[in-house]
Design a protein around this ligand. Structure first.
Ligand SMILES: Cc1cc2nc3c(=O)[nH]c(=O)nc-3n(C[C@H](O)[C@H](O)[C@H](O)COP(=O)(O)OP(=O)(O)OC[C@H]3O[C@@H](n4cnc5c(N)ncnc54)[C@H](O)[C@@H]3O)c2cc1C
Length: 403
């Protein structure tokens, strides 16, 4: 007797998703349901990220259909999971856990991550390894069922609010740099994890240095195989660039919004030269917005590609140019910067702050998530197919690299 092949699950249609969301809302009226209960139930109903598998917050639907669900929920005044506060978890940890995690890891981590009960941070950059991330020196040494981790990470956004971290560490110094790395999920409350604030150009300390001293990570919190860390990290990095460069913003939203608003409301500030620049940047912002939309649709069809690097590059350049124009437009007023108290914010707030803050914070856009210079290399090599940079350290054991 020949076995019948299993029928592949069929993706729900937009109409089915609308009906399902309305049923869900009827069973959990936002006005009478507390926020956490609502969000947990939404995850369990598969309406969190519809393209994830069933049982993990999704319905194996097309990613583009998330907009259908979101529109229904928004119209009903449903609470959201504060995606900006949990951006690293949503944008980077989750897709990596989905791609490389064991069933147990997916069940343990994805729900509290999406609901926002557990904030994540990214322990990648080190004092001696930022752009050349594969050169990292934080060590993880196996001791039975655990790994003992020692090293220092830097520029770690949200480490002060994070419960978990995605961490890459060197597990074999005898192998070439890309091969001896392993990827872990690190409990930030474990003994040996010390988080110290780093004050930024804005005065705030949204990122930190993190010292890891004899931190014990169970082997069950390893993501992917031993030595597979670079491959796993590349999934995180590609998703990071898409999540930074591919954010959904409305027309005339983002950085261009306050400049356009000031232009309309304050005719005394206008000059012909600024008018030309504003129009050019407005158009570029609109083109970038539409290109990001296309990237999202392309993503719906598969995994993020190197094109995300192009979007991240554009987003960084535009943010800096637009915030520079805003400071010029506002003249002396644009230079005022009222609050130098060192605060440890939970998120970057581009819209609720003044022009001076936006101008200073935008400087970091071309560094965080990979510098613009490095992203240009990626676009040159992987999108345009140009010859790669000379890499004479690719085959040497990491321990023999010049430092
Ligand atoms: C606001 C902010 C938040 C951040 N959050 C996090 C976080 O949460 N977690 C985390 O792990 N990291 C984080 N980072 C770190 C960030 O990813 C690194 O700063 C970045 O990758 C650059 O590394 P680096 O600072 O070591 O600079 P370097 O790599 O030392 O670079 C110095 C300069 O040399 C250039 N350069 C280096 N290599 C090349 C090359 N091959 N070709 C051309 N030019 C090159 C760079 O572009 C740069 O201009 C954050 C950074 C910022 C600014």
């Amino acid at each position: 007797m020949s076995a019948t092949p299993p029928t592949p699950p069929t993706s729900p249609t937009a109409a089915e998703l609308t009906a399902r969301t309305r049923e869900f809302l009827a069973a959990h009226p936002p006005a009478d349901t507390d926020r956490a209960t609502f969000l947990r139930a939404r995850f369990d109903a598969g309406l969190a990220w519809v393209h994830y598998p069933e049982g993990l917050g999704g319905l194996a639907a097309s990613r583009t259909l998330q907009a259908v669900v979101d529109a229904e929920l928004e119209a009903a005044g449903a609470p959201d999971n504060d995606p900006r506060r949990i951006g690293i978890g949503l944008g980077m940890a989750a897709p990596t856990i989905l791609a490389y995690g064991t069933e147990e890891q997916k069940q343990r981590f994805l729900r509290p991550l999406w609901v926002g009960e557990e904030v994540w941070c990214q322990l990648f950059s080190e004092p001696g390894a930022g752009s050349d991330l594969a050169a990292l020196g934080t060590r993880a040494v196996r001791d039975g069922d655990t790994w003992v981790v020692d090293g220092q990470k830097v520029w770690t956004s949200s480490a002060h609010t994070a419960r978990w971290a995605i961490l890459i560490a060197r597990t074999d110094p005898d192998l070439p740099k890309h091969q001896g790395i392993t990827y872990f999920l690190c409990d930030m409350t474990d003994p040996g994890v010390e988080v110290r604030p780093l004050r930024q150009i804005t005065g705030e300390a949204e990122f930190n240095e993190v010292f890891l001293t004899g931190v014990r990570i169970p082997d069950s919190h390893r993501l992917g195989a031993v030595g597979q860390g670079w491959e796993v990290a590349r999934t995180t990095l590609m998703n990071e660039r898409v999540s930074i460069g591919g954010m959904r913003i409305p027309r005339e939203g983002g950085m261009i919004a306050p400049v356009a608003a000031a232009w309309r409301a304050r005719p005394e500030l206008r000059t012909h030269a600024l008018h030309d620049r504003l129009l050019t940047l407005w158009t570029e912002a609109e083109v970038a917005r539409l290109a990001a939309e296309r990237l999202r649709q392309q993503l719906a069809a598969g995994r993020p590609g190197p094109e995300g690097s192009g979007m991240k590059l554009t987003f960084a350049r535009l943010n800096q140019e637009i915030s520079g124009l805003e400071v010029e437009l506002l003249a002396e007023e644009g230079l005022l910067y009222g609050d130098w108290t060192m605060r440890r914010p939970e998120l970057v707030d581009f819209t609720g702050r003044d022009a001076g803050y936006r101008y200073l914070r935008a400087k970091g856009n071309s560094i965080e998530g990979g510098t613009s210079e490095v992203l240009l290399n990626i676009v040159a090599e992987r999108v345009l197919g140009l010859p790669s940079e000379p890499r004479d350290d690719k085959d040497l054991p990491w321990k023999d690299l010049a430092r």
